[in-house]
Design a binder for this molecule. Structure first.
Ligand SMILES: *[C@@H]1O[C@H](CO)[C@@H](O)[C@H](O)[C@H]1NC(C)=O
Length: 369
């Protein structure tokens, strides 16, 4: 009896030991597999780092993606702008050319929000001719019409009593096709003509942001040449020039013209970003220079720019302003609104400024006269 008890106790002890040993083994296993993953991750990163230039060279669509970043989505249903607080907005589609369908939102003036509930596309279309100014918002690269700063601008304009029409260019958001500079301009012109066809005698103003300022200026000049000028243009976060020297093998001195003069004042990292951007633009064979268009534009113009803009230096806004003044030969038709850097608006955040509505209202009134 006693022996048996001892035996059981002994076997329990050995059991305990073997359990301990097993746990020890499990621990070493976990540690080693963790280390293997870290190593794999590092190898993957190194490979990516080395392979990137080759990928860029051999896959133009990757470059196209990096220039426009059009496929960045915000995981929202673009057919339901009401989910994003735009309860007086209709989602619709326009065909700018064969095979290119553009997703568009039309937001009516805020005072109409109750009336707008459950209304059809036809009601929205008809409302465009109610006499309130109509803004066409041409967004920058990256993402789609649901990006928070784009919603922000739409809310400001709607609250002021204006219509806002926001489009995703081809390849952006739920629009079909692939983005190219020519394509973006075709799409914007198509939208403009659609708006003009429904807005009767209302003011039509184009608001371009970032890359959208290139599109805005280009179409304003085209419309002017066709004898059907747009009533006014607002440029937010506009740049003077991203021009890439064709013969330069090195992307860094590839920045010419206006950028060149900034190279001494630019922080190094920013300059590097631009030169990478520039080399991509060059490779993608996209000339996104628009300064030459601005030199022809005679449309009343308001330039909005934050002094802390981290993408486009404020000096460029001043340069645009001076150029526009000399083209328009008038101080009244062009204005520059600078936002203090202390607000932290950077490149996208101007819509948050409490005095922005006043600047816009005054500008619209000056154009309406
Ligand atoms: C609809 O939008 C308007 C304007 O933004 C807002 O004032 C109103 O409270 C919203 N109504 C509902 C039910 O969400």
């Amino acid at each position: 009896m006693r022996r048996r008890v001892d035996e059981t106790a002994a076997s329990k002890r050995t059991e305990g030991k073997s359990v301990k040993r097993e746990t020890g083994e499990v621990q070493t296993k976990t540690k080693s597999s963790w280390w293997v993953w870290v190593k794999r991750g590092l190898i993957a990163l190194c490979t990516l780092y080395v392979a990137t230039p080759f990928i860029l060279q051999f896959f133009p669509s990757v470059i196209q993606y990096l220039v426009y970043k059009h496929a960045v989505t915000y995981f929202v249903d673009l057919r339901r702008p009401c989910d994003l607080g735009l309860n007086h907005t209709v989602n619709m589609y326009l065909t700018s050319e064969a095979g290119v369908t553009l997703g568009v939102w039309h937001t009516v003036p805020e005072q109409k929000w109750k009336e707008a509930q459950g209304k059809s596309l036809a009601w929205y279309e008809q409302s465009l001719g109610d006499g309130s100014p109509v803004f066409i918002y041409l967004h920058g690269n990256t993402g789609n019409r649901a990006a928070p700063h784009r919603l922000g601008v739409a809310n400001v304009l709607s609250a002021l009593g204006y219509h806002v029409v926001v489009m995703d260019y081809r390849g952006f958001g739920d629009s079909t096709g692939k983005p190219t500079k020519g394509g973006l301009i075709t799409d914007a012109l198509h939208l403009y003509h659609w708006v003009r066809a429904h807005s009767k005698d209302s003011l039509v103003i184009i608001w371009g942001h970032s890359l959208g300022t290139v599109v805005a200026t280009n179409i304003a000049v085209k419309l002017q040449e066709q004898g059907n000028p747009v009533d006014a243009v607002i440029l937010e976060g506009a740049f003077t020039n991203i021009k890439c020297q064709k013969d330069s093998p090195n992307p860094s001195p590839g920045i010419t013209g206006d950028f060149h003069t900034y190279s001494t004042t630019f922080p190094r990292t920013q300059l590097k970003q631009i030169s990478i951007y520039c080399s991509m633009v060059k490779t993608a064979n996209e000339d996104i220079l628009f300064y030459s268009s601005l030199k022809k534009m005679t449309t009343p113009l308001m330039i909005l720019h934050s002094k802390d803009d981290h993408m486009v230096p404020f000096r460029m806004a001043e340069e645009l302003y001076n150029t526009a003044k000399s083209v328009l030969k008038s101080e009244d038709k062009v204005r520059l609104v600078a936002f203090d850097g202390s607000h932290g608006y950077l490149h996208n955040g101007l819509y948050r400024d409490p005095s922005l509505p006043n600047y816009i209202r005054e500008f619209v009134q000056s154009v309406a006269k």
